[in-house]
Design a protein around this ligand. Sequence first.
Ligand SMILES: Cc1cc2nc3c(=O)[nH]c(=O)nc-3n(C[C@H](O)[C@H](O)[C@H](O)COP(=O)(O)O)c2cc1C
Length: 407
Amino acid sequence: MLFEPITLPCGQTLKNRAVKAAMEENMADASHYPSVGLKKLYSAWAHGGVGLIISGNVMIDKMAMTGPGGVVLEKHTPLDAFTDWATQAKQNQCKAIMQINHPGRQVMKNMGGKNLSASDIAVDIGKHSNLLAQPRAMTNDEILDVIQRFVDTALKAKDAGFDGVQIHAAHGYLLSQFLSPLTNKRNDEWGGDLHNRARILYEVIQRVREAVGTTFIVAVKINSADFQRGGFDVEDAISVVTTLNTLSLDFVELSGGSYEAPAMQGKSGDERTLAREAYFLEFATQIAEHAKMPIMVTGGIKRRHIAEKVLSKNVDLIGMASALAFSPDLVKKWQKGNEIDGFVPNVQWKDKAMTGLANMALVKRQLQRMGKGKTPRTNHSPLLSLILDRVRIARLTKAYRRWIAVD
Ligand SMILES: Cc1cc2nc3c(=O)[nH]c(=O)nc-3n(C[C@H](O)[C@H](O)[C@H](O)COP(=O)(O)O)c2cc1C
């Protein structure tokens, strides 16, 4: 099943069902274009055997960044570096799509720039909350501007040679903030009942599809649930997917969580193998019953037989992120009959926020190694990786602040 091709609704065919899920790399160059290292990394993944690569999230507004060192693609951004990036990612009959995103309120305070959200509700991550910026509720014009930016960036991705885009509406970023009743307290047409809260997502999808035409991949990543009491839940996800059925999408990727409840990093409590190794599968199978478009599930997958099991449950594509940071050619090895298990870091410290950052730092360190043409390593110290990451992020944050000040 894993190595069966699939033709998406837009007519493009993926050579197999294995997808490199989005991972923010923070590896842009000084102009926030894809760097030489980033292109090298994507070449490794393209040769690693997956049928589809989804890029790390690309920012639609340079003033609103998920993190420093991120790639930015706006209406007037020169395309040369992006064309090279697409070319590297599309080697070996691999398709490549660009994930496009706006962070909304999930922006570190020291980044500067815009701090916008559906409502003026700040991220609550306990004692670390003061690291994040206080958002302001967006005006109607700002909402229309964001929708237009998604369209502009999608069109530029197409011009650069990408096969499609994925609109990021998961993990507590802006579109996900609109979807959740905990973060969207608006009483205009963009808030209130679920249909109104999802209006911005539907508008973005419709407008992007109109702009890019029928043969370009348009996908969406949404949460199967936010994992917060009173938040966006699986019933909401089913309702949204039912509407998405009418919007000419190529696939929906199901994930979960946010900065406040980082479920995408796994639930250590659940000991059942399938739940431990495919975090969102139960929700995904419920949602898939209502979906007319292909469904992709990401989260915790690193072993071939688990990937096959997930695909046997009404799921069309399996996404892997962390495992492909440690073994970019895992899928190629599986195809050759080597049943090797992938590696996913599993730091478990008392401080949940630091644990999440350490796991991310271990993964990002491998991306940087591959960008330098080095082989990833599974034996790096989590603490040292976290320290190196924090030093690097501080340096990139300073550079970003300088960049927005002069640009
Ligand atoms: C370093 C890192 C960066 C990530 N960046 C993104 C991102 O830019 N966009 C996104 O949708 N998900 C992002 N994710 C989440 C992954 O796509 C995925 O949903 C999550 O890691 C669970 O899958 P995994 O267990 O295979 O890693 C990131 C994950 C990691 C580890």
